[in-house]
Design a binder for this molecule. Sequence first.
Ligand code: EPU
Length: 417
Amino acid sequence: MKKLVIHGGVPLTGTICISGAKNSAVALVPASLLSDEEVVIDHIPDITDIDALDEILVYLGAKIKREGSRMTIQSEQIENKEIPEKISKKLRASYYFMGALLGKYKKVEMYFPGGCAIGKRPIDQHIKAFEALGAKVEIDGNKYRIEADELIGTDIYLDFASVGATINALLASVKAKGKTTIHNAAKEPEIVNVATLLNNMGAKIEGAGTSEISIIGVSSLKSAYIEVIPDRIEAGTYVILGALMGNPLTIENIIPNHIEPLLAKLKEMGVSYELKENAVTVSRSDHLKPTSIKTAVYPGFPTDLQQPITALLCFTEGISHMQETIYENRFQNVPYLNQMGAKIQVKGDMLDIQGIQQLHGTVVEATDLRAGACLFLAGLKADGVTEIKNVEYVLRGYENIIEKLTHVGAKIELIEI
Ligand code: EPU
């Protein structure tokens, strides 16, 4: 067990460089299995979710080489065996092995994935896509057995523009016979990153990044290279930190378009920032206007920044409102913020956030990844010492967090307990 100890209230100056996107990397790594040849992925973040995927690949017999942020995967010798529950439940993204192994071997046996407990998070849309392609799905408790004599291209209509279901539908259909069209596909940049890798491998995918993606099946996929896009959620988290404590703080290696929904909100609130081609410099603002935010699928305001920005909304001059529309249980950070002195009321899927002058350090707990991000932002702003327990959640998604924050002047330590 580890905890973060933060001596807050220190203004932060300098540059934080953003790592490769967790939610792209966790899909690119399983996607590489579809090729029999070598796949090289650059800018892989050093986070525990990637270690868990690495473990699954090694278990299946893939050869993995990791040199810095480059991962080379050779999947020719893979044995398509059941993936045990104790590994699949380590992370949400283990579900991408369903699409990748089904797409390659037309059969997969594995268990329901893990991930942060932020809502029910069913995978019915993934299953619907596999079935539409001709697979038979047997569910026995937590275990899934998915098999097809042949995968045949078809029209897949998603009830919800799910990131995971869109990527799994892509993985399962790239080698199917004929044409597949995914309707109401998710449009997140991570999906474009995955489609680019698959196209580099020889797949024929068009329309990724729009709500209709078409795929013409191919019989084999070759060696390929891809760079993971910069993490827009890590970037957004540190941009919010700039608005809280920047003196000023520059966040570099970003794709400005990808964080536009956040920047637009910050502008409305009166945060001052300067945007360059691949960086943004943000200064702490003493007078913030209250605002209303509603989470939505891309390009709406991302649910993954809902908890981090709540730390900033505590400091507006008035009452702000937050509505979470994607997950049922993503307010677990709120009781801890209130313990630190925030004035937040939960009303169903809404938060009413009354602006306050200061937060105060205390002992809190990360209940999930982005709740942990909210609390480390709050701790860096608060006076006194904040201790965040269960910080393993944060390490799932933020690469070199201690080094990055110490480099800009934060007093933060990771302690084994
Ligand atoms: N949903 C269904 N059925 C499905 C799939 C999704 O009802 O078959 C519902 C979910 O219950 C949820 C919503 O749809 O309410 C969103 O699900 P989606 O499939 O879009 O999310 P996901 O694939 O499970 C990915 C990220 C999440 C991020 C969401 C939304 C990964 C591994 N996870 O999750 O990341 O919140 O997209 O952008 O890519 C995080 O990074 O903190 C995180 C939770």
